[in-house]
Design a protein around this ligand. Structure first.
Ligand code: CP
Length: 312
């Protein structure tokens, strides 16, 4: 909306990872590192600020890590609690947003419909952060994913990335791929059942930004050269035909045997929640990075809130 700054972080909406430059990501990761290292683990940077969370879809990590980040910075959190709000009495989405806008300094929104966060940003005076909408955008997940790669591998450039699973309906995959267009990754390989391949429109966006991806259906041929394996669950809630879901259920899985075939310093990431594609028997492996990844959501979101609210 008018008045929000186009450069830097202060006052910005966060709608898509494509909206950010490498320099913006680097600034975010530098602030995230300070919070992750404990240099600024707890502070009153956001004392007096109010963060509104409005989740129209279930969430554990995104909702709670934003709340935790806000609490660690001294901000208050108000949560829409969609089931007990006046939405149940028929109040419109836009009137609901107007209330959130008048009661808070920043709005963190998750919604099943693609474009919901962009719409909210157009009608709200305060910054809107897309906490996941539709099947393409979950930008703050991409930010914490990149930060995880930086923390565990020391760099984002030059690494071979292997994406495994439901690449069609997973917004974490497309958001991370979009963010990677700002870097110079090594080989990017996509492995999925044919029905769950990357959407043509997502491929077109990647092509437009000069990122080439390789599709390889046989995971055994691609695990050996990967530095980062990013697994994602079958997105049951976004597959339009539940008969199709039943057919695809259990169609891919990262097994112990596959993990053994990976490089010694390969890391396995997953945005979580997981179902059966990532067995718990892998959790003890030093390659299993997904729990650490989820934990890094707090310092990244602390940095994000601080930068947008103009205090970092
Ligand atoms: N990774 C992620 O978005 O998890 P939640 O759905 O639990 O927020």
């Amino acid at each position: 909306m008018a008045g929000k700054l186009k450069n830097g972080w202060k006052g910005r909406d966060v709608i898509s990872s494509l909206d950010f430059t490498r320099e913006s990501f680097e600034l975010l990761f530098s602030a995230s590192k300070e919070f992750a290292d404990g240099d600024r683990a707890r502070s009153d940077l956001l004392r007096g600020k109010v963060v509104a969370t409005a989740f129209f879809e279930p969430s554990t990590r995104t909702r709670l890590s934003f709340s935790s980040a806000a609490a660690k910075l001294g901000a208050s959190v108000i949560d829409l609690s969609t089931e007990v709000s006046s939405l149940a009495k028929g109040e419109s989405f836009s009137d609901t947003l107007a209330m959130l806008d008048s009661y808070s300094d920043i709005i963190v929104l998750r919604h099943p419909s693609e474009g919901a966060a962009l719409y909210a940003s157009e009608i709200c005076r305060h910054p809107v952060v897309n906490a996941g909408d539709g099947s393409q955008h979950h930008p703050t997940q991409a930010m914490l994913d990149l930060f995880t790669v930086l923390r565990l591998k020391g760099r984002v450039d030059g690494l071979n990335y292997l994406f495994v699973g439901d690449l069609r309906y997973s917004r974490t995959v497309s958001s991370l791929l979009f963010a990677l267009t700002r870097y110079k990754p090594g080989r990017v390989t996509l492995t999925s059942p044919p029905a769950l391949g990357l959407k043509p429109e997502t491929k077109s966006i990647l092509e437009r930004y000069g990122m080439s991806v390789r599709e390889e259906q046989d995971i055994e041929r691609s695990v050996g050269s990967a530095d980062v394996i990013y697994v994602t669950r079958l997105q049951k809630e976004r597959i339009p035909d539940q008969a199709e879901y039943q057919k695809l259920k259990g169609s891919y899985r990262l097994t112990e045997g596959l993990l053994e075939a990976t490089k010694a310093d390969c890391i396995v990431m997953h945005p979580l929640p997981r179902t059966d594609e990532l067995p718990t028997s892998l959790d003890a492996s030093p390659k299993a990075a997904y729990m650490k990844q989820a934990g890094l959501g707090v310092p990244v979101r602390m940095a994000l809130l601080s930068l947008i609210l103009g205090v970092a």
